[in-house]
Ligand binder design. Structure first.
Ligand code: HEC
Length: 106
């Protein structure tokens, strides 16, 4: 007597791919001096704190620039007077900060 061989095919699991909404990814790589300034530095450097030199205020920046850009970067990194370390841009690299300082001072 022949034995009926019944196959029980494995149920195929259907994987539903959840499509993540576009634009949900971080755009940190797209930081430019201008966006960093607007998001962070301008909180103080746009007239709110009188002693914080404003963008493009060359008279206010001249004595700062005279110290040398390395000194300015150093002061921003460790904090200067009432300015907190990194000017509060915690995801900024040194190069980002160099770029913003340069941008602000002109
Ligand atoms: C919480 C307020 C605040 C924020 C935020 C801030 N600053 Fe400042 N910053 C100041 C003040 C106030 C001074 C002037 C301090 C003084 O000379 O007494 C200053 C000074 C500076 C100087 C001159 C330092 C020197 O040695 O003379 C640089 C450069 C500078 N800020 C860059 C930045 C950059 C770049 C950012 C953003 C990434 C930033 N700041 C964010 C308040 C701030």
């Amino acid at each position: 007597m022949k034995k009926a061989i019944t196959h029980h095919p494995n149920a195929l699991k259907v994987l539903l791919v959840a499509v993540l909404p576009m634009g949900a990814t971080s755009s940190l790589a797209a930081q430019t001096p201008e966006t960093i300034y607007q998001q962070t530095c301008s909180v103080c450097h746009d007239g709110q704190i009188a002693s914080a030199p404003r963008k493009g205020d060359t008279a206010a920046w001249a004595p700062r620039l005279a110290k040398g850009k390395d000194v300015l970067l150093e002061n921003v990194l460790k904090g200067y007077s009432v300015m907190p370390p990194k000017g509060m841009c915690f995801n900024c690299t040194n190069d980002d900060l160099r770029g913003v300082i340069d941008w602000m001072a002109h």
